[in-house]
Design a protein around this ligand. Sequence first.
Ligand SMILES: Cc1cc2nc3c(=O)[nH]c(=O)nc-3n(C[C@H](O)[C@H](O)[C@H](O)COP(=O)(O)OP(=O)(O)OC[C@H]3O[C@@H](n4cnc5c(N)ncnc54)[C@H](O)[C@@H]3O)c2cc1C
Length: 478
Amino acid sequence: MREFFDVCIIGSGFGGSVCGAKLSGAGKTTLILEQGRRWDKNTFQQTQDVKYLKEIYEEFEGENIKVSTAMGVGGGSLLYSASSLRTSSLVFEQKDKNGRRLWPSEYSRKVLNPYYEKVEKKLNVSQLLWSEVPKRDGIFAKACNAAGYTCDRLRIAIVNCRNCGFCHTGCKFDRKQSLILNYIPEAEKNGAKIKEECKALLVKRNEKGYLVAYKDLKSGVINEVSCKAVIVSAGAIQSPALMLRSKKYLDNLSSHVGKNLTANGNIFLAAHLPKEDCEVFKGKVQGSVTYAFWEEGFVLQGVGTLPISAAVINRIRFKNAKRPNYWGIEMKRVMKEYGKHLLGIAVIGLDGSDGRVFLDENENIKLIWSMSEKSRKVFDKAIVRAKEIVESLGGELLITEPYQEKGEVITVHPLGTCRMAGDKSDGVIDSNCQVFGNPNLYIVDSSAVPSPLGVNPSLTIAAIAERASDYIVQNFQP
Ligand SMILES: Cc1cc2nc3c(=O)[nH]c(=O)nc-3n(C[C@H](O)[C@H](O)[C@H](O)COP(=O)(O)OP(=O)(O)OC[C@H]3O[C@@H](n4cnc5c(N)ncnc54)[C@H](O)[C@@H]3O)c2cc1C
């Protein structure tokens, strides 16, 4: 049976849930399709059980790149560290190698400020007090200071944190301000319908608007929804994949779909500080940041992480480790030091847009990354600065094997694969997130962001979604 809605939104993360709340609030009948299930404080688990992690994380492994995203109503907000920063005004002025401004001319920090403000209010974002910064990130600040650099407290969306250390598996205390506590309930209160465990397969244009075909993953049944407008918010990997699968049913999609993938300069480093008791696993996952290297194109943040992630994904090890080095005695050595003397350092920076998402002949998602000179320079400089900071406290910067030995990027901040631009020759959507040549079809999520942000991206994605929602409501064509 076909259902009718004014708007169908695909995905319920920072793009989808903001649009869902705003459009339903403006009286539009709204459906949100989400491939993941519903999670809440009763179903989140404080565990490293791979079975659970596979249900709530979606992992994409490509050539020289790995991307982790979240799956569930609320998208990335379920698992994120809640670091919530506005990006710098300089980010909007970035140019490509031909001198073209990456952001449409309508955008600047000043234009986004009122939208940032709305999101910050909704997500209760505030700057931590030093007394609230986890010990590990305080030690990171101490190391910055010893090396002669400033370090500040992060702004985060967590209220009265219980400091249990499990932000990355979902907050069991409802302290982290995930979207399931704000925009999503608001959308449902306004009458929006959320169909969880329903995966959008295709978007087709027809004479009345659009049809969205989706699969109910519980029953296996495929249904179609008819709607006047579609908002694709499936994230920077799934949104371009959906657009590529739908290409023949849409009008003249830009050749940029899937291209320009940036990792937001995101790599992970680790430090061994034998003289410090770091308590890496305790407290909120992030707490401090140094902007001292912004002019070099990156920030460094203190970070904690689940031991499984440190060992298996980032493959931390000592420099002089005997091979094989992530098993047996060498892994035991890392893990023995893990709780006490290790700390994580996240690099976030202005890398190149070196990656691509595409489909193989069976329409499976593929990713490729080939490191540009620009990215290499940012990462190399970040490693030099991190080393300087760590050594100032008598520590050692450890090898995180994927990047340092293989040049592989691991990111939780993919951006840019359906980027906005002034016209179709440079991007997929216009400055209001409308797909060129396809009226009432919008892409509002991390894929829309046309450049790296150099800070954690969720606040900017949500601010863009606030702005795009205003446009969609005002220009809704019945
Ligand atoms: C472990 C981790 C920590 C992070 N920490 C931070 C942080 O501290 N601060 C910060 O700013 N950012 C952080 N991020 C990044 C942030 O979560 C993302 O940038 C953000 O969630 C992207 O928003 P989005 O709307 O593009 O997509 P998402 O939030 O990823 O939402 C997309 C949703 O669409 C669903 N979906 C995908 N395909 C389909 C389909 N075909 N049909 C239906 N549904 C579909 C997905 O299941 C998902 O729920 C973190 C991410 C991770 C994974």
